[in-house]
Design a protein around this ligand. Structure first.
Ligand code: DAH
Length: 341
């Protein structure tokens, strides 16, 4: 009968030569070497027959043998695991699944452009709440209760509090700025506004405006004209002409409406300009002294200009959108036309 050491040597060689052809082979190996009645157990049982002075060395050999048997099993097991995890090979040269890219809404594109143009000359952005109180939307803007100008801006009222309205214009943000900010102020205020209108191609119960306000010492109507002229050339191109027509707004004096030469026909006459050669784009004026007084600003020392434009209007002119309803219908065929802008 070979000694324990000799038996270990023989089995070691067998293990080193082992290379399973199938999972069943590996399972047989496990049972043969590592099973409850396997070789490792069996040889372990023989250690007691080894003479005492060789027992320590035989124990070390036995431990090394056991480790070899276990490691060999584990490494083949891992290999098998990996090959079953592997799916079919991936062809990384195939085109990927395309993810459709969304688009910015045209109104947002134009609003960003308007804001960007004014930011370049030192205006900062301010926003205000869409649910406003009577004071900020009307009264402080020199439009007291029963003022006829309120007629043109019928809106939605909040039944919980009759003093609250959905703001009819972004001019309410002017009021909030003058109330809270130290002078001088130079702000551009974009936002959504509401009016009680029957929905059609030309009117909607909500739309968007962009308001501007500049209050400082020595601000004049010339500053207003030059600022708006700069805006028009940036927005519509160098060749665009502007004209101012006298108008009326309760919160400005004098007030004007500004037209630009028609960007579609260049002034010859077309549908957009209703054959006049001009399209109206905004209202403006010098801030009314009453309004400054409402916010404890000395109108002898400070003057300012303000203007307000409809974002839908500017977008209509820029992109020839003829029906206001398109903006809120969420029709992707409409929205996709603005991809990449
Ligand atoms: N708030 C006016 C409107 O909704 C537009 C407007 C006109 C705003 C003149 C202004 C302004 O700031 O000075 O019709």
């Amino acid at each position: 009968m070979p000694s324990l050491q000799e038996q270990i040597q023989i089995h070691e060689q067998e293990i080193k030569a082992f290379n399973p052809a199938s999972p069943a082979d590996l399972e047989n190996y496990r049972i043969r070497f590592l099973g409850a009645k396997g070789i490792v157990k069996e040889l372990g049982g023989e250690i007691k027959n080894v003479p005492a002075e060789q027992r320590k060395e035989a124990g070390q050999l036995l431990n090394a043998f056991k480790k070899l048997a276990e490691d060999t099993y584990q490494s083949y097991k891992d290999q098998q695991q990996q090959s079953t995890n592997k799916g079919p090979a991936v062809d990384i040269t195939l085109p990927g699944t395309p993810l459709p890219i969304g688009t910015r809404h045209p109104l947002r594109i134009v609003e960003n452009q308007i804001v960007g143009i004014f930011e370049k000359i030192g205006f900062s952005v301010a926003t205000g709440p869409e649910i406003e109180d009577d004071w900020h939307n009307f009264t402080s803007l020199n439009m007291p209760q029963h003022h006829p100008a309120r007629d043109m801006q019928d809106t939605f009222y909040v039944s919980q509090n009759p003093d609250w309205v959905l703001r009819t214009h972004t001019s309410s943000t002017q009021a909030r700025i003058l109330e809270t900010q130290p002078l001088p102020v130079r702000v551009i205020c974009p936002g959504r506004v509401y009016r009680n209108e029957t929905i059609s191609a030309r009117a909607h119960c909500f739309f968007h405006q962009c308001e501007g306000l500049y209050v400082d010492k020595d601000v004049s109507f010339a500053d207003l004209k030059q600022t708006l002229y700069y805006f028009v050339t940036e927005m519509f191109g160098e060749e665009t002409k502007v004209r101012f027509r006298p108008s009326y707004f309760p919160f400005t004096e004098p007030s004007a409406e500004m037209d630009i030469s028609c960007t579609v026909c260049g002034g010859k006459g077309c549908n957009l300009c209703k054959h006049t050669g001009w399209v109206e784009i905004l209202g403006c004026g010098m801030v009314h002294p009453n309004m400054l007084r409402n916010f404890n600003i000395d109108s002898e020392v400070y003057t300012g200009f303000a203007f307000g434009m409809g974002v839908e209007r500017i977008t209509q002119i820029k992109f020839q959108v003829n029906d206001l309803r398109l903006y809120s219908q969420n029709d992707v065929r409409f929205l996709r036309q603005f991809q990449g802008l």
